[in-house]
Design a protein around this ligand. Structure first.
Ligand code: XMP
Ligand code: MG
Length: 179
């Protein structure tokens, strides 16, 4: 990790414990049911990979890719589906897995689309939540950490497609994106 550009916020061990707690809670809540976990690409893929391995209920996976950000660090408010789900979610217990909820615009859009497909239930798990920036009434059901309004990278999260492979969640130093 390039510590000139980033500052560690949650290291690998800390994340591992948190994700294990979340997996345990989710497993309890969905006991006796089958879960369809929907990962939002690309940012959620590392968190999702760790989270599903902490789950003790039968799990199936699907992915959705939406685009809203380009390479900037703030939401355009415009969201479009780049890749839709492969499977029907009708009458399924669906858990959306997202890396971070910021304005909530992305998840509001995704939830509206998915709710119209009549799942049995629809919940949201996110690793990080920045409620101070919320512009919608989205409330994630499972949250790893509530964080202040800082741009974070690593553990799947990117800035201009960089840093996704960093094992820690890090704050990107503003000098990297401010010219
Ligand atoms: P909204 O504003 O729609 O944004 O809730 C959700 C998406 O925006 C991206 N996002 C970030 N990505 N560091 C990132 O790497 C951040 O601090 C950050 N804040 C928002 C992210 O892709 C998320 O899915
Ligand atoms: Mg994302």
């Amino acid at each position: 990790m390039d510590l000139v550009k980033v500052e560690v916020l949650f290291d690998r061990e800390t994340l591992k414990k948190k994700v294990a707690e979340m997996g345990k809670q989710i497993s309890q809540d969905y006991k006796g049911r089958d879960l369809l976990v929907v990962g939002i690409l690309k940012g959620a893929f590392v968190f999702m990979a760790d989270l599903i391995r902490e789950m003790e209920v039968p799990v199936e996976l699907d992915f959705m890719d939406v685009s809203s950000y380009g390479i900037s660090t703030s939401s355009s408010g415009e969201v479009r589906i780049v890749k839709d789900l492969e499977y029907s979610i009708k009458d399924r217990d669906v858990l959306i897995v997202e890396d971070i909820v910021d304005t909530g615009l992305t998840l509001k859009y995704i939830c509206e689309i998915l709710r119209n497909r009549n799942p049995r239930s629809l919940k949201i798990a996110c690793l990080l939540d920045k409620p101070s920036r919320r512009k919608t009434d989205i409330h994630p059901d499972y949250v790893g950490y509530t964080i202040p309004d800082k741009f974070v990278v690593g553990y799947g999260l990117d800035y201009a497609e960089q840093y996704r492979h960093y094992p820690a969640v890090c704050v990107l130093k503003p000098a990297v994106y401010e010219n």
